[in-house]
Design a binder for this molecule. Structure first.
Ligand SMILES: Cc1cc2nc3c(=O)[nH]c(=O)nc-3n(C[C@H](O)[C@H](O)[C@H](O)COP(=O)(O)OP(=O)(O)OC[C@H]3O[C@@H](n4cnc5c(N)ncnc54)[C@H](O)[C@@H]3O)c2cc1C
Length: 336
């Protein structure tokens, strides 16, 4: 276990916000976090589990302990003719796991190619892209309970997966350090291509295969999203708002071009990027922070932005969308 004091987190968050934490604890052993939790009586407000920092906005120095799990390895637990169960260390980069799965011919996560971040965050965030969510393949989560210090195994059915959501963001917020995640992948992939221009991109390459789906999605994402190394950002800053049928109908009557989709959990999902663009914020800056000029859902650090500046910009955007459409945008990014 390595403990660092007054540790700078600029390289540990993709917004590249220059902040420090009081203590930074890195380990690849769950027991270390359990011991640390027992010894320090961590309260939920002064602890933060950090993965790749790609969905966080620090608004100030973090006056507490950042726990940084770095468990590694892909372990095939068992398999049969249809599927395979793979346990993955929470410190692995998610896209490395997707690449591994595709290379081994295992399907289920290829549509989630190039989503940044670590494996440990996938059950917390229930990451999703191009019609697929991580929760569909997650079987089991291994974690350390910071309250009891015990190791626990949590079945997918207890994770309460929803749209970019899980129980780890609510009742269990900051309570568990995820140490490993077990995914169930299929040996007989069923491709999901009916989202955006995925099918078109895949067909350009010839046959429909795991490799081609991964390649197509990689290309689409690289063309669409700003590179965090050039323009620091945290992906979609807001969730696509889900409203009731009636509200959606009223909005469609007024704005027939408003893109809407049926939400998996019921209701109607509105395209937040479109709302932001129509509210006049696409490409607009606020100090060193800006709304990306190609993708209005993404807020970017144009260089030297503080977390507060980015949070203020987000507030302005939220206010403008509400004033224009009466729709409340909720952040997808965790504001710390
Ligand atoms: C350019 C870009 C594109 C993106 N595109 C997508 C996309 O298409 N779909 C999508 O869903 N997301 C997307 N995101 C958001 C981000 O990639 C995901 O939310 C990702 O899962 C965050 O992983 P992370 O390791 O960086 O987590 P962090 O940002 O470090 O943490 C996120 C949350 O998870 C918790 N956490 C992290 N690791 C652990 C752990 N081991 N145990 C317990 N809790 C933990 C943290 O406490 C925090 O609450 C994008 C981000 C960027 C920058």
């Amino acid at each position: 276990m390595e403990v660092k004091e007054n540790f700078n987190l600029k390289a540990y968050n993709t917004f590249a916000v220059d902040v420090k934490c009081k203590y930074f604890v890195e380990s690849d052993k769950g027991e270390d976090f359990a011991e640390f939790a027992k010894a320090y009586d961590l309260s939920r407000e002064n602890v933060l589990v950090l993965g790749g920092g790609s969905n966080l906005l620090f608004t100030e120095d973090f006056d507490g302990v950042v726990l940084y799990p770095s468990m590694r390895g892909f372990r095939v637990e068992d398999d049969d003719d249809e599927s395979v169960r793979v346990s993955v260390g929470s410190g692995e980069v998610w896209d490395d796991f997707v690449e591994w799965a595709v290379e081994h011919g295992y399907g289920g996560v290829e549509n989630l190619s190039l989503v940044p971040g670590h494996v440990g965050a996938t059950p917390v965030q229930n990451i999703g892209a191009y019609g697929v969510e991580a929760g569909e393949t997650i079987k089991r989560v291994e974690a350390v309970d910071l309250i009891s210090g015990e190791k626990v195994e949590i079945g997918a059915e207890d994770c309460r997966f929803g749209y970019r959501d899980s129980i780890f963001k609510h009742e269990w917020r900051n309570r568990f350090v995820v140490t490993r995640v077990t995914y169930c992948l299929t040996k007989r992939p069923e491709f999901r291509l009916d989202y955006g221009n995925v099918r078109e991109e895949v067909l350009k390459m010839g046959e429909v295969s795991l490799r081609h789906v991964r390649e197509a999605i990689t290309r689409i994402r690289e063309a669409k999203l700003p590179d965090v190394n050039v323009l620091p950002n945290a992906g979609s800053f807001f969730k696509n708002p889900v409203v009731g049928e009636r509200e959606a109908e009223a909005l469609r009557a007024k704005y027939p071009e408003l893109p809407v989709y049926a939400a998996k959990e019921g209701g109607v999902k509105l395209a937040a990027g479109w709302l932001i663009e129509q509210a006049g914020w696409k490409g607009r800056a606020h100090g060193h922070a800006a709304v990306h000029d190609k993708q209005a859902l993404v807020l970017v650090n144009r260089g030297g932005a503080t977390g507060i500046e980015i949070a203020r910009l987000a507030n302005e955007v939220k206010k403008a969308v509400f004033m224009r459409f009466g729709v409340v945008l909720e952040p997808e990014v965790n504001i710390i």
